[in-house]
Design a protein around this ligand. Structure first.
Ligand code: FE2
Ligand code: FE2
Length: 380
């Protein structure tokens, strides 16, 4: 399911702030002539960026609104065009946004829509784990918003969130954390929260001191922050990525470096994790092709958590692997990963193997698909 189905006039594209939607949530933009109720069913919300001075468009909105009452709807108008605003209000039942409104406003609106949809972490796990998941998800939204608006990152909230994640993983175990965060509608949120949970558990398994475990956990939450600058249509593309799309995704560690370096007071180890988490010990990684001692132990740990999370994440549009297969894929990566650390990661990876077998998820693959694995490893 996609987050937003964006309906625009034929031969048009989203205008003004509406064009920022694909950076905030997964969005499919379609011309009005391609609209169908089936497409609408597959979206969490409907977004209309139509010329409401056209009578047919207003009639179209009325018919959609009466036929599909349960979907949240956002209608973009030109606030200076009174006629458009009046038409949008007259249709009723929608949130109205101006095309000249700020990205901040758009972000807040989208966030509110998802909150109202009740996509929350209320079932399963203890209340403290649910609170930690909610806190981490809200933090991720605030961070995304801050990056898009070029504002300071909420550093205190980030530090607090890392503490809550560590406490949740220590208290209820990694499995409970993974179960909850996998419910988040956004792939990027879910991935980052999974990686931070694994990072917390891995840090504890190695008996690192509390401060280092928190840094590693926060590194997990922030490592892909550079992806904020890449359209979700590319990040979440179900089919094969072309060379240009792949090149764009592979820019995310450098975007991350740029974003975090521009901030005051971000721990150097978090910046290093963000910049280097796709580097491989044999020099085959990116962006700089670092090798061996140029890659710090914390980065090596995070890279293991990152790839393991990417391989095991349950997403409807991609294959995912059982923990056993995922761990064997990591072993097969040979000199790319730190073998000693990988061995120490084993108990973290299999901590909840029993739970996984008990659930016997029928969608996780027991064998790997080389092309899919290569994509997951190089874009995670
Ligand atoms: Fe990444
Ligand atoms: Fe990642």
């Amino acid at each position: 399911m996609i987050d937003a189905l964006v309906i625009v006039d034929d031969n048009s594209s989203p205008r003004g702030v509406a064009a920022a939607l694909p950076y905030i949530c997964s969005a499919l933009v379609i011309p009005i002539s391609a609209f169908s109720p089936e497409l609408a069913q597959d979206a969490r919300m409907l977004v209309f960026d139509l010329n409401l001075g056209v009578r047919d468009n207003v009639l179209f909105l009325r018919s959609v609104f009466s036929g599909l009452p349960d979907k949240p709807k956002i209608v973009f108008t030109s606030r200076s065009d009174r006629h458009e605003v009046v038409q949008a209000c007259a249709v009723g039942g929608a949130t109205i946004l101006g095309r000249a409104d700020s990205k901040n406003m758009l972000n807040l609106t989208v966030r509110q829509v998802f909150r109202n949809l009740g996509e929350d972490f209320t079932e399963g796990g203890s209340e403290s784990t649910a609170t930690a998941a909610r806190q981490a998800a809200n933090l991720y939204t605030d961070i995304t918003q801050a990056v898009l608006n070029e504002e300071p990152l909420p550093r205190t909230a980030a530090a607090n969130s890392a503490v809550s994640i560590v406490d949740a993983v220590r208290g209820d175990g990694i499995d409970s954390w993974l179960g909850l965060v996998q419910r988040h509608h956004s792939h990027t949120y879910c991935h980052s929260m999974m990686v931070s949970g694994y990072a917390a558990a891995f840090g504890d398994a190695l008996d690192l001191d509390d401060e280092t475990v928190r840094i590693l956990t926060l590194g997990g939450l922030l490592h892909d922050i550079g992806k904020v600058r890449i359209p979700l249509a590319i990040l979440d593309k179900p089919g094969k990525l072309d060379d240009a799309e792949m090149a764009l995704i592979r820019k995310h560690p450098e975007h991350g470096l740029e974003i975090l370096s521009a901030q005051k007071g971000i721990d150097a180890r978090i910046i290093e994790i963000t910049h280097n988490h796709h580097e491989m010990l044999d020099g085959s990684g990116y962006p700089r092709g670092l090798r061996d001692d140029e890659i710090s132990p914390l980065v090596r740990m995070l890279t293991i958590c990152d790839i393991f999370a990417a391989l095991t994440e349950e997403r409807p549009y991609k294959e995912h692997y059982s923990r056993r297969v995922a761990y064997s894929i990591l072993l097969d990566m040979g000199g790319k990963l730190d073998k000693a650390l990988l061995k120490l990661f084993r108990p973290v990876a299999f901590q909840s193997e029993f739970g996984e077998l008990k659930r016997s998820n029928p969608r996780s693959r027991a064998t790997s698909n080389a092309e899919q694995v290569a994509r997951l490893i190089s874009t995670s």
